[in-house]
Every structure is written in C-alpha cells, then in structure tokens.
Write a protein that binds this ligand. Structure first.
Ligand code: ZN
Ligand code: ZN
Length: 419
C-alpha cells in the first residue's frame, strides 16, 4: 500500500545512475541483444529508466514482466487449494527460449522479503516447488552462465517498512534508498568508473587465492573453529566475469565477495552464524553447527530451529557446503549495520558459507565438466543453495597448503595482506 507516492522521495538522478550501472556494468547489454526483465510493480520508476538505458545501449527488444505483492497474496487467499501445484509453465518456457536465442536477463528485486511469512506454509512450499520445476529450463541458462545476467534492487516501500518498522514509511524508503545507492556505488561521481576499480580489486583478490591453490581454509573467531577443505580443481571467482556467450557482466549489484567451492566431504569443526538468516519468510537466529566428514551432524538455533532442521533435511546435499565466500568486515554493507532480509545484500556483509548446490563455474574448466566429474572433484549437489554469515570483526582465516603450511588470509575480519 502507498506505492507510487514514494518515488518523489527517491533522488531521480541517482535512480538514473543505478539504471545505467544495471545495464552497462550489471547485465552489460550488447547492441542487438534482447533483454528479459522481471520486477515488482513498485519498482516501476527504476524499470522505466532501465528500459530506456537498455535501448540507449542498443538493445533489441526489452520485455519487462511485472509482479505485485497484492496480486501474489490474492492467490494465497482466494485460489483453490489444489491449484498450488501449478505454475505458468508457458511463461517460463518462453523465457527459456528467449535465453536459448541469446537474450540477456535482469531481475530487479524490491518486494518485502517476508511477504509470504503469514501464509499457509504448505501452499507456499507447493507453489515454490511448482515454480522451481517450471523455471528450471530457463534457470539452467542462468546457472550455467550461458548468458549475461544481473540482479539489482529498488527501495520499494514494503521492503523499507520491513527493515525500518519504527520509522514512518517516507523515512524508511529514504533510508533504504540511501543504503542501496551506497552499496551499489551510485554515490560515486562516476559510478561506472567506481565499478571498474571495484572489479579490479576483487579480481586481484581472487587471482591471489587462485595462485595459492589452498587445500583448505581454517576459520577461527567467536564460536568458530572450522576447517573448510576446498574442492579439487576449485577456482575462485569474484566481481565481473565472462558468460559463455563471451559477455562480461556483474551478476550481482552490489557484490563484495570472492567465492569458491568447498569439498563436500572435507569440512570439519564448529561454527556459529554471526547474523540472522532470513529464509523464505522465517528468521533463523543463533545458528550453531558441527561438521564431521563434510556433513552437519549437529545443528541448533536460538530462533527458528525447526525451520533450520527442515532446511537441513531438504535432500542429501542440504547438510553439506556448496560455497565458501570471503568478505571483509569493512565492506560498505557490513558497515551499514543493517539487516536487509535479502541475500543479495546480507551475503555481502560478511564471510559466508552456503548449504547445498555448488557452482560449476567455480572449477577450473568448469564449463566443460559433467555433473559426475564435478561430484568426483568434491562439488556438492542439492536443490537448495542457502548462504549464511560466519564472518565478523574477529574472524581470522588461514590458508592451508597441500603440504600443511599456513598462510594468513584474514586477520581481525580484514584481508591479512595488501595486494
Ligand atoms: Zn556468496
Ligand atoms: Zn551463495
């Protein structure tokens, strides 16, 4: 409610810059390339700017597909119970054929991340599953990095109210807008140049890690004594990277992480989450887990423990890791001190690990490896991929070489060496 009025409160010039960054740095739309864009209705002021910027960049046909919170809720509250196993397959099939024909993908997020928290969990789970199945052919083009794609965000009122429940809506939107602009480097005089420098810094970090070829990382800090073995033939990524169609894009705006694939069988020790995890409308806080042979054998939480256990029981791979990522405590998102309830932001606030599916691209020559080859190298597989934060101001990380030598990687939450 109240959408539309707040657009006046958001700096129009900064929205223009955000659209420019999303098109040129994020998806990097090429002349003649089509674009499939999904966004909430509330993000219309940004969508209009993105469409204009995409056509200025030479885009072929730009197709925006909108969702709306009230319309989403109308289904949960009025539709026949048996209808929740269905999805708009025709729409997802159309997206898949657009990507197969070379279209780029952009998502703009902005809806309340907890929108469905009050709805029937059974309906939410069934609709989610039906959507995942229908979306899979399209998602494979994105997950397989066949095409250039990106996610950016808009300070929609419902998301702002979730983050700042004690503020009047106008002020909440203004606070969220400031946070999005700062994290997306829109405050810089020349945001495109700022992104070029940021990507170069992330590339230097990932190159350093790739040169060292650590066998494992050891995390220590409050509640943490965790050894994360890295997959054989793992490769670190971060910042802009090249899709299989040869186009260099930034899949996430913002991004602060360098990340790779852990070995699904080689994670040992204990770790405690340093921030709450917002998962499908539920908040899980105070997570503590023990890993043995790569698998979580003991897990507890001070809040949402049942949701955590359900998550861990999703499938065989849900108790093992698919990602480890390094983010310094001084990252702008961490310094904001805000919980966004949205992984796009929250995972860029701290070092994190992800339960579940690994990324094929985080292997040397990953594009040419089969699913079986990835598994043999230690890559985990699962239908979930859930990031949660384990880093903070006191995090120390050592890289452990194949010979057992230790090299400082992080000290006191920051990179141990200047590059
Ligand atoms: Zn990550
Ligand atoms: Zn992740």
């Amino acid at each position: 409610m109240g959408t539309g009025m707040n657009a006046d409160l958001i700096d129009a010039e900064k929205l223009d810059k955000l659209a420019e960054v999303a098109v040129r740095i994020g998806a990097n739309i090429q002349p003649g390339q089509d674009l499939v864009l999904t966004a909430p209705m509330a993000a219309l002021p940004l969508v209009r700017r993105v469409v204009a910027a995409a056509y200025r960049a030479g885009a072929g046909v730009v197709t925006p597909i909108f969702s709306d919170e009230e319309i989403t809720l109308a289904r949960y509250r009025n539709a026949a119970p048996e209808s929740f196993d269905r999805a708009a397959n025709w729409l997802y099939d159309g997206m898949a054929s657009a990507f197969a024909a070379g279209a780029a993908r952009m998502a703009i997020v902005g809806d309340d991340p907890m929108l469905l928290s009050e709805e029937d969990p059974d309906k939410v789970a069934r609709a989610g599953k039906a959507n995942s199945i229908a979306y899979r052919p399209a998602l494979e083009h994105i997950a397989g990095f066949d095409i250039n794609w990106s996610i950016a965000s808009y300070p929609a009122p419902s998301w702002a109210r979730r983050m700042f429940p004690d503020l009047p809506e106008d002020q909440a939107v203004a606070r969220l807008a400031d946070a999005i602009f700062a994290a997306s480097r829109i405050d810089a005089d020349d945001p495109v140049a700022a992104w070029t420098a940021h990507n170069a810094a992330l590339h230097a970090r990932k190159d350093w890690l790739n040169d060292h070829r650590f066998a494992a990382l050891h995390f220590s800090g409050p509640g943490a004594d965790l050894t994360v073995g890295l997959a054989d033939g793992h490769e670190w990524h971060g910042g802009a990277s090249e899709a299989k169609n040869g186009i260099i894009c930034n899949p996430n705006i913002p991004t602060e992480e360098v990340f790779t694939t852990p070995h699904a069988q080689r994670v040992e020790g204990r770790v405690r989450a340093t921030k709450p995890l917002s998962h499908q409308g539920s908040l899980i806080d105070g997570i503590e887990v023990i890993f043995e042979g790569g698998k979580i054998t003991k897990a507890s939480a001070t809040r949402g423990e049942e949701v955590l256990h359900r998550l861990l029981d999703s499938d065989e791979g849900a108790r093992r890791l698919g990602e480890v990522a390094l983010v310094p405590h001084s990252s702008p998102i961490s310094q904001s001190g805000l919980l966004f309830y949205n992984t796009l932001y929250d995972e860029n606030a701290a070092c994190h690990i992800a339960l579940g599916q690994c990324y094929a691209k985080c292997f040397l020559d990953g594009a040419n490896l089969s699913v079986d080859e990835i598994a043999a190298l230690g890559g985990n597989s699962s239908m979930i991929h859930v990031d949660w934060m384990i880093g903070g101001a006191e995090t120390d990380i050592d890289g452990i070489t194949a010979d057992g030598d230790r090299v400082p990687v992080f000290r006191g939450g920051e990179w141990a060496s200047d590059l």
